[in-house]
Design a protein. Sequence first.
Length: 666
Amino acid sequence: MAFQVDGRRKGRRVTIDPVINFGSYFGGIDSETAGLGSVNLPIPALDLAVADDGDILVTGSTYSVASSSMAFVLRADLDAPGGPVFDYLTYLGDTQDDRAFGITKGPRDSVYICGRTTSTGFPQAGKAFDQTYSTLAAGFVAQLEANGNLARTTFLEAGKLTEITDCLYSDSASAGGAQPEGPSSGLYLTGHTLPETDSDLDARLVFSDAFQTRYRGHTDAVLAKFTEDLGDLEYFTLLGGRHSDKAFGLGVIDGAMIITGMTESPDLPVTPGAYAGPTLSLADAKICAAPTHPANCLETFVARLNTDGTDFDYITYLGDAEGDYGKGIAVDADGFAFVTGTRWIGGSARQAFLARLMPDGSALAYNNRFSGLASWGYGIALDSSGVAHVVGATEEWGIAVGPALDPDHNGEADGYYATFDPAGNLDYRTYLGGEADDKAYAVVRDNDNCTVIGLETWSDILDLPLPGAPQNARAGASDVLLLRHCESVPFEGVALLKDMPGLIAPGGSGILQLTVKNASSYKSGPFRVEDTIPFPFDLTGVSNSACHTAGQKVICDFQGIQSGGEVIVVHIDNLLFCETAGEQMFRTNTARLTGPGGYEKTATFDMPYRACSTPPPPICAGVERCYCSSDEDCDEGRVCKGEKVPFYRRGRIIYYLYGPEICVPE
């Protein structure tokens, strides 16, 4: 029996793995995902989001429909009854250069797209804040209705060149605005602008209480919030120093916007108590103003703007003297900011990193530099258990971790997908790509807790399956490649084990060990372990911070199961007390592990212990006339004595002889 696999390179292993449950090319006759920036500082034009109904939203840029770049928006239903379908595809642009960098779901099943345009005829609809294009390059925001029709468009023209690199819609309920004083629903956005002069901003963008209203350097970061109908700005501020400052990604928590990006300025207004300031002094940083300068001029910054846009809760550098920049950011429910990006090593090598910043910006919970000398970090998403899902590109060999979908390096550059447990440990990593050049730019978690990844690919031969593909081959120079990564068996590799080293004698102490074994990557919970300790054992304690006791029951609650698993040590006593330990006995005991979706595992174990020794009955028990050698041979109420036998009588005196000892009454 044999299989023939078309398109497989000779000598390559075949990956047959159902955990990619959707994969498809998407593209036309030319190039897709055309971004901006440079090799050293790319700004990929590809982003993903998830609609309320679970549809996947994709935006980017393409050269396949015109001689210039146009923005595109794709809505895909990957779970349609008849198989995955593209609900709609639409283009935004005119005759010049138009690129989309960010996409987010909006109210009433609408979609927002943000980016940059140089077209005076960029499509417009509805009423919005600014509908007059008047600069060299303007930031834009477009809102599409549920059917893909254009609802409204607005420009954002802070200088002669403005780029909106990321945007995120947050409604008032999710932003904590159910109360009157809470933040309103709206569209948060960030990017950067190149000023025309050193004068103040356009009057429409000047807010009297804004943090910064004048340009400070060559390029300044911008932060703004639109009303959800795009009719007005709620706030707008610049953030910058004396050189160049660019924001690439944002997250929102309780109405506060947190951004990350790159600064070449040694004088960003770092807040008191922030984690780190610049690594270069003002004197050393003079060289950073030149068009060509060392890599250590670039530094990652993270800043949190308060809910009304008037001041920053914190502004901090990440303090890497080698040089680095933050590209992707995600914020959890507690306000921790997770930042991924790229750092330089020795001025030329690249290393991807993942950093977790405390909610007040005062310290790093961790900073994992998780690659060798040729990797980039681009996108990040979080799940409800605090697992970070990171994508990027790599030219390295041998970096796969865990049961990788594709454990082998393929072309010049491959995309990668990696997961990190809540402590920041690299838990899983797989290559994504084929024989040519592939880069993973965007990642989201969908409503089924699967991971959807967006790549730019030049490859025709992939070492990955493409189930349900509406387009199963590359059509142009480079295409978008969409992959959905799900666990085929959600808790595959998870087992519950029990062990009890040694017997516990009467009155003694010992342990029972419960092990939640996880032979795969981190499993998101919540999980619970329960075990009721039977007599004759007494539960005295448990050694695991996730566990507590209730009477004779051990209860452990885990938000997730680490790769390798969890060990629970249960402390117990043998309640029996006696002078002599007897034979080995057993008590059957069953522990239970439960998890999401009705998942359940049990482990039954016979707990051994020593019972008390029971002495045999006396040999004379129940025997009326019984010869004995000691009192122990007699039953209760009798003792062992010599038998009195009459020998002779003289007068009134009777003489006795004492015969063999027998049991007689006391």
